[in-house]
Design a protein around this ligand. Structure first.
Ligand SMILES: [Ca+2]
Ligand SMILES: [Ca+2]
Length: 201
């Protein structure tokens, strides 16, 4: 009498169906973890950068400007974020700084001269947990209503615009006497629900 060895087609199919059900059940939990960790990472970066900005104000007497010095930039992309980088990494500034590991340069540009402690002319931005520049607005310039253009990383491959946040009920600017930091969040797009702010609305 022959003994049957191996699996029948039916047995294999049952196993595949079970694997499918288990994957579907656990996928959201597994895939959600890195995103949640990145959101938390972005939030803690915004807090650390905010603390550095307050430190700058304590030592320099005013918030870092979000305007680049005249003639320094070669393009008009990421300028306000780059101005914040220049202020916090200026050779003259000795207060608190964000981590150098957070620096990105999504438009890959250089300044016409070296103004930072890093010893090169790279015009960095401070990035969020997804490698996109964090937008910075100095309250002195909210009223310009000029949209800052932020180049997102090459994975998204295009430009985006962001304006200072306003309270939806009163239409007045949020954080009216200080500054705003904005991360585009996990979707890499400004102006959507997952954006992360340095202030509470
Ligand atoms: Ca840049
Ligand atoms: Ca977003």
């Amino acid at each position: 009498m022959k003994t049957q060895s191996g699996f029948t087609l039916m047995e294999i199919m049952v196993v595949l169906v079970i694997i499918g059900i288990l994957s579907a059940a656990f996928y959201p939990a597994i895939s959600g973890l890195p995103e949640k960790a990145k959101v938390n990472e972005a939030k803690s970066r915004l807090m650390a950068i905010s603390a550095a900005i307050e430190s700058y104000r304590t030592t320099e007497g005013e918030y870092p400007t979000d305007y680049l010095p005249n003639g320094l930039a070669v393009n008009s992309i990421n300028n306000r974020s780059e101005a914040l980088f220049l202020a916090l990494f200026s050779a003259d500034y000795t207060g608190q700084r964000p981590s150098e590991e957070w620096l990105v340069n999504t438009d890959n540009d250089e300044a016409t001269r070296n103004l930072t402690v890093l010893g090169n002319r790279s015009l960095f931005e401070i990035g969020d947990g997804w490698g996109n520049p964090i937008a910075y607005f100095d309250s002195l310039h909210y009223g310009d209503r000029r949209a800052t253009i932020i180049m997102r990383d090459i994975e998204y491959g295009d430009e985006d615009e962001v304006v200072p946040h306003r309270n939806s009920k009163t239409d007045s600017y949020s954080a009216p006497n200080s500054f705003q930091l904005v991360s585009a969040g996990s979707d890499g797009e400004f102006g959507t629900d997952d954006d992360i702010y340095s202030f509470t609305n």
